[in-house]
Design a protein around this ligand. Structure first.
Ligand SMILES: Cc1ncc(COP(=O)(O)O)c(C=O)c1O
Length: 437
């Protein structure tokens, strides 16, 4: 037995399912990644095996593991006692930096996880508009709270018609009736969005959306879809919320809203914002954010909100993302990796294709291009993907499998172009193991 297998067996005796979070099991490997140490773009498992990390903490690690700037910021807070549940000067400095960097943010609030950010943001949208219903896009993921756990991970044979997608529950235990507050529309379909607004426009508090749909790999919205989204929400007094938990800082300092040139009313930021520490943010128009207590009457609080260690880490991380040259490096790595991997698939006659933007990407096997929404992505050949992930792990490249329809992968800025080439060499060998389909 390897140390990884032994440790996982031990973990299963005490941790439910052997993990702290359900999606940490990597089905391609049959166990979670059990990490001994991490440095830059690499991780080492308990058996000392080295991997180039293309999971990057599910997107939380954008600078690199153990980044010295983040570490120094964290250590300085620890030295001063790390008193939590009080305000300090770093909260304001981070808030000021985010308001200067993220287009829609005139005011922000801190929370601990992406799930909390989306939950509070939705409550605020309802408080502001006095309406209850929310429009979400089929397959878009907004965290684990009950209100948004529908139409995610829907099996291909349960999707229902395009103009009335199934409100497939993403978990058991959801209270009956919650789904009645949701209107679901397939992503990238301005015609169906228009039709949904004609029916429900006056009842909607918000449209909640992944502005780059990374949870299905990487899907960039069409210009027509984005135009319809902003026009219809404005016309019907509906708040447009961009869930940038995964997209924030991925391709531009101002996230997808800067990249796409569309400013929502509110947004959520998570993962990369904390520089690998647990911080998330929601923010937006001042007149909406002022509805939060103590100014207004909409509750948002939490003992660990804006924990000083996470805030210090976030300040160091976001300051680094804003430095000149940061995104040039990200885009150079992206071009090298995505073009290189597409060439490998072509040369090895593997029916795989990469769609990527900035530091995150999806790999799709056995589906015709382009992938425009969940309905396209869910038809990918999962068995080939699992084989590829397992082969890549044997060659020293770590991809995570989320157990659902599609997976998102990513790299970090600590990667060099030489590391990217090494990654491609290893993946070429992995691809050679796949039978041509
Ligand atoms: C777009 C989006 N929103 C919300 C969440 C939930 O964030 P967390 O896992 O930090 O609760 C995720 C997590 O993957 C996400 O990708």
């Amino acid at each position: 037995m390897t140390r990884v297998e032994e440790q996982y067996e031990q973990a299963c005796k005490y941790l439910a399912g052997g993990v702290s979070a359900s999606t940490r099991l990597n089905r391609a490997l049959g166990h979670p990644m059990l990490v001994d140490r991490a440095d830059g773009c690499r991780i080492w498992d308990l058996d000392g095996r080295e991997y180039i990390d293309l999971c990057c903490s599910h997107g939380a690690t954008l600078l690199g593991h153990g980044d010295p700037r983040v570490r120094q910021a964290v250590e300085s807070v620890l030295q001063r006692g790390a008193a939590c549940s009080y305000e300090n000067e770093l909260h304001t400095r981070l808030a000021q930096l985010l308001c200067a960097t993220v287009p829609c943010c005139e005011r922000v609030r801190f929370t601990g996880s992406g799930t909390e950010a989306t939950m509070h943001c939705l409550r605020l949208a309802r408080a502001f508009t006095g309406r209850t219903k929310v429009l979400k896009f089929e397959g878009n993921f907004h965290g684990y709270h009950d209100q948004v756990m529908y139409a995610i991970g829907t099996p291909a044979d349960r999707l229902g018609p395009e103009d009335a997608p199934t409100l497939y529950p993403g978990s058991s235990g959801l209270p009956a009736g919650f789904e009645q507050n949701l209107v679901v529309v397939p992503y990238n379909r301005p015609d169906l969005l228009e039709a949904a607004f004609a029916l429900h426009g006056s009842e909607l508090a918000a449209v909640f959306c992944e502005p780059i749909y990374y949870n299905a790999g990487c899907i960039v919205p069409s210009a027509e879809f984005l135009t319809a989204l902003r026009r219809l929400t404005q016309a019907h007094g509906v708040l447009l919320i961009f869930d940038e938990v995964l997209s924030a800082f991925r391709m531009a300092p101002g996230g997808a809203q800067e990249y796409l040139g569309v400013t929502p009313d509110l947004c959520t930021l998570g993962k990369a914002v904390g520089g690998s520490y647990p911080l998330s943010v929601f923010g937006g128009r001042a007149d909406i954010m002022e509805r939060l207590m103590p100014q207004g009457n909409c509750q948002h609080s939490g003992t660990y909100n804006g924990h000083p260690v996470a805030v210090a880490a976030a300040l160091a991380a976001v300051t680094t993302y804003c430095q000149s040259g940061f995104y040039e490096h990200i885009h150079a790595l992206a071009a090298r990796l995505y073009d290189g991997l597409n060439e490998i698939f072509a040369h090895r006659a593997v029916p795989g294709r990469v769609q990527g933007l900035g530091a995150r990407f999806g790999i799709y096997f056995g589906v015709p291009e382009p992938i425009r929404n969940y309905r396209d992505a869910v038809r990918h050949h999962r068995e080939t993907m699992l084989q590829f992930i397992a082969a890549a792990a044997r060659r020293g490249v770590y991809f995570h499998d989320y157990g659902g329809a599609a997976c998102h992968h990513g790299f970090c800025a600590a990667m060099t172009l030489a590391d990217a080439d090494e990654t491609l060499n290893r993946l070429d060998e992995a691809a050679s193991e796949l039978r041509s389909r």
